[in-house]
Every structure is written in C-alpha cells, then in structure tokens.
Design a protein around this ligand. Structure first.
Ligand SMILES: *[C@@H]1O[C@H](CO)[C@@H](O)[C@H](O)[C@H]1NC(C)=O
Ligand SMILES: *[C@@H]1O[C@H](CO)[C@@H](O)[C@H](O)[C@H]1NC(C)=O
Length: 207
C-alpha cells in the first residue's frame, strides 16, 4: 500500500511549507505571519486543513459604531488528503462568529444548498465543488491538483476592531471515521487541524 512513506511525507511537508510562505505575503496588518509550517505537519498522515484569513477592507456605509461597521473580507480554506485512503465527499464546518455573510466560495458550495449571499454568522458547512473527492498521493503520483481542494471565499463581517484578526471559533472535518484534535491558531492567522484516520494510524506508527 504505502511503498515509500518517508518520501511521500517529506514531499507533503515541503509543498505545504511553500504554500504557507506564499499565503503569508498576503497579510496586510503589518504583523509578520509565521512563515514555517506548524510542527504538527510533520506527522501529517491523515487529512490536513486550514483556514487562512487573507484581508479585509472597510465597506460602505462608514459608521462610528464599531459593532455596526461592515468589512469586506477574503479568506481561504485548504483541505489536503495526506493519507492513504481517498476522501470521498469532503465536508468541513467553519464556525464563523462575526455575523458573516458569505458572498462567494470558489471551490465549494454550502452543504445544505443555500444560495449566495448566505448568512453564515453561526457557522456553515462547506462541500467541495467541483472537487468533491480528494484522491491519495499514492494513487496520483503525488499530484497536488487531485489531493488538495482550495476554497477562496469573499464575504462581509461586522464589528471587528481595526487591528484584530477575525478568525472562526472553530473548524472541523465532518466526514465519518476521522479523529478530530482541537484546531490550532497559528501565529494568529492560521487554524491548523491535523486529522488521523483510525485505519492509517496503525500503519504510520511503524515509522
Ligand atoms: C451599535 O450597533 C449595534 C449593532 O448594529 C447595535 O446593536 C447597537 O445598538 C449600536 N449602538 C449604538 C450606541 O447605536
Ligand atoms: C444564530 O443563532 C442565534 C441564537 O441561537 C439565532 O437567534 C440566529 O437566528 C441564528 N442566525 C442564523 C443565521 O442562523
């Protein structure tokens, strides 16, 4: 099944490292984002995913009341199958908490079929579209286009202070058969979640 796990693992970590370096250039709050991938990635043998806050801009109308001010935001969810089994019909929960209105989500649909713009202030479920399934690195000779889904989101959020980085309360994978450790807030910008499938766990314990 896994012919060369150390090499596969290394490749995943390297590609992730470069992905993080690229996305960290987009932050616009004058604070340096963490450039190195989190240590958890080195053990990544299941499904990896992250939520990255990219930018925000004040929207009209401009008001004095901080809670009533709306902001246009951009953020990104990335899901990567770094395991040894195909992930069919991936589905994630993003626990938004700033009265968010999702305006677009390129690469996903709202799972319960809502149209955009969608009121997602209590969180929302996203499913891949058109990329509903994520193949394994093993079956695709490490083709990142087939093992990774990227969702680029735009929307509106309310009531955030000028320097704060608004993150969701939580994110999690909703597919069956995955153990979900708590997400990590990394360098204030990135939520990281490392999930290990019960089945592949024992395989990887050998290394
Ligand atoms: C500020 O805006 C919030 C949210 O729209 C509203 O609930 C609150 O009453 C407003 N406060 C003032 C002082 O107008
Ligand atoms: C979010 O939850 C609150 C409290 O349960 C509820 O009043 C509100 O209608 C919910 N909003 C949406 C968009 O579901």
């Amino acid at each position: 099944m896994i012919k060369d796990p150390p090499l596969l693992l290394l490749r995943v970590v390297l590609v992730l490292a470069s992905a993080f370096l690229c996305s960290s250039q987009d932050y616009d709050f004058g604070t340096t984002a963490a450039a190195a991938p989190p240590p958890a990635l080195e053990d990544c043998n299941g499904i990896f995913f992250s939520y990255t806050f990219i930018s925000r801009e004040k929207e009209f109308p401009h008001v004095k009341n901080v809670s009533a001010q709306s902001w246009a935001f951009k953020s990104e969810v990335v899901v990567i199958n770094a395991g040894s089994e195909e992930l069919k019909g991936w589905k994630v929960f993003v626990g938004f908490q700033h009265r968010e209105i999702l305006v677009s989500a390129d690469g996903a649909v709202i799972t319960d079929g809502g149209d955009f713009p969608a009121d997602v202030g209590n969180g929302t479920y996203l499913s891949g579209y058109p990329m509903t399934d994520l193949k394994t690195s093993i079956d695709t000779a490490g083709d990142f286009k087939q093992i990774q889904a990227k969702v680029e989101m735009t929307g509106t959020m309310f009531g955030i202070r000028p320097k704060a980085v608004p993150m969701p309360k939580t994110i999690r994978l909703e597919n069956d058969g995955f153990k979900c450790p708590a997400p990590h807030l990394h360098g204030k910008y990135i939520y990281i979640l490392l999930l290990v499938t019960y089945m592949s766990y024992s395989i990887w314990l050998l290394f």
